[in-house]
Design a protein around this ligand. Structure first.
Ligand code: IPM
Ligand code: MG
Length: 357
């Protein structure tokens, strides 16, 4: 019997509600398996700041480093928005990504047929979309030095070293080899030097992957193409800030940002989180959609723990729930047989996972 220890960071806003549902489903899938899961909870974000004065206490970093994987909800909220930047909840998350060396952020986007009407885009544009945003996560303008906020002038620096580009490009090509064998590298090479290096380097890495078709796109065009014809994409390989923006845009392809999971890997321990934020406006109301987090837990089983059978069971249960018409409020206008609370959806998915065991 394998035993895995999961570091759990619930965070702020809807974070605790959605993570609780993911744990419910993980426990359900563990029952009829040959592995056992244990959890240790740690603080990060606004809640960590309130208790310790630091959005990422050392204890959290240490706990995550010794776990087999990290499951994370969301952080942030208005009450912490006026804090100095290094005390803000977001700084906690950025520092954790850096501390764990999580340079590769997988953000898969797929369309559930049952929800095709939930998107603002036309069904014929969406049917069959299956793409992956491969976002570089520990470099670029998010981390570049120098950076400064003055009263009359402020600046940040978009910087990538060749090594950083090589390693994320390899990740993108490796992912493409297991999928549709296409990489579209997104940059702004017509304006930015850093993007020119990005493009040249991606070209070099591509030589090791002759089976993969590489194309390049400027980020402004990519933003347009994503809603014009998302089916043209397989793997979108891009830097930190472009990936942040494009993955939010891409989430609308699936109909709700409450559906999309992510995996951040690269170091010894990976972090699994929904791509959405902490949604303080709906926190505590029991209406948040836990599917993105449950789906992130499935990615954790697959990527970090090698338990792909268990991950398949969770993915199938999510699909079944949607097929049977159970919906949280965000997607309740589309094929809902029953509008469910956060905990109800979690329980139904957990039940299906048990039944199909
Ligand atoms: C994301 C979020 C974060 C980011 C924030 C919360 C720092 O938007 O994971 O996409 O910008 O990376
Ligand atoms: Mg984002």
């Amino acid at each position: 019997m394998s035993r895995y220890n999961i570091a759990v960071i619930k965070g702020d806003g809807i974070g605790p509600e959605i993570v609780d549902e993911a744990i419910k489903v993980l426990d359900a899938v563990a029952v009829n398996s040959d592995f056992e899961l244990t959890y240790d909870e740690y603080l990060m974000g606004g809640c960590a700041y309130d208790v310790t004065g630091d959005p990422l206490p050392d204890e959290t970093i240490e706990g995550c480093k010794k776990a087999d994987a990290v499951l994370f909800g969301a952080i942030g909220g208005e009450e912490w928005d006026s804090l100095p930047r290094d005390k803000r909840p977001e700084s906690g998350l950025l520092r954790l990504r850096a501390a764990l060396g999580l340079f590769a952020n997988y953000r898969p986007v797929k369309v559930y047929d049952e929800l095709i009407e939930a998107s603002t885009l036309k069904p014929e544009i969406l049917k069959g979309v299956d793409l992956l945003v491969m976002r570089e996560l520990t470099g670029g303008i998010y981390f570049g030095q120098p950076r400064e906020k003055g009263d009359d002038k402020a600046y940040n620096t978009m910087v990538y070293s060749k090594d950083e580009i090589v390693r994320i490009a390899k990740e993108g090509f490796e992912a493409a080899m297991k999928r549709g064998k296409k990489v579209c590298s997104v940059d702004k090479a017509n304006v930015l030097e850093v993007s020119q290096l990005w493009r040249d380097t991606v070209e070099e890495v591509a030589k090791d992957y002759p089976e993969v078709t590489l194309s390049h796109m400027y980020v402004d065009n990519a933003a347009m193409q994503l809603v014009r014809d998302p089916k043209q994409f397989d793997v979108i390989l891009t830097g930190n800030i472009f990936g942040d923006i494009l993955s939010d845009e891409a989430s609308m392809i699936s109909g709700s940002i409450g559906l999309l999971p992510s995996a951040s890997i690269g170091g010894k321990v990976g972090l699994y989180e929904p791509i959405h934020g902490s949604a303080p406006d709906i926190a505590g109301q029991g209406i948040a959609n836990p599917i993105a987090t449950i789906s992130s837990a499935s990615m954790m089983l697959r990527f970090a723990l090698g338990e792909s059978e268990a991950a398949d069971k969770i993915d199938a249960a999510i699909e079944q729930v949607l097929k049977e018409g159970y919906r949280t409020k965000d997607i309740s206008d589309f094929g809902a047989k029953e509008v469910c609370s956060t905990t109800e959806i979690g329980s139904i998915i957990a039940e299906i996972v048990c039944k199909n065991a």
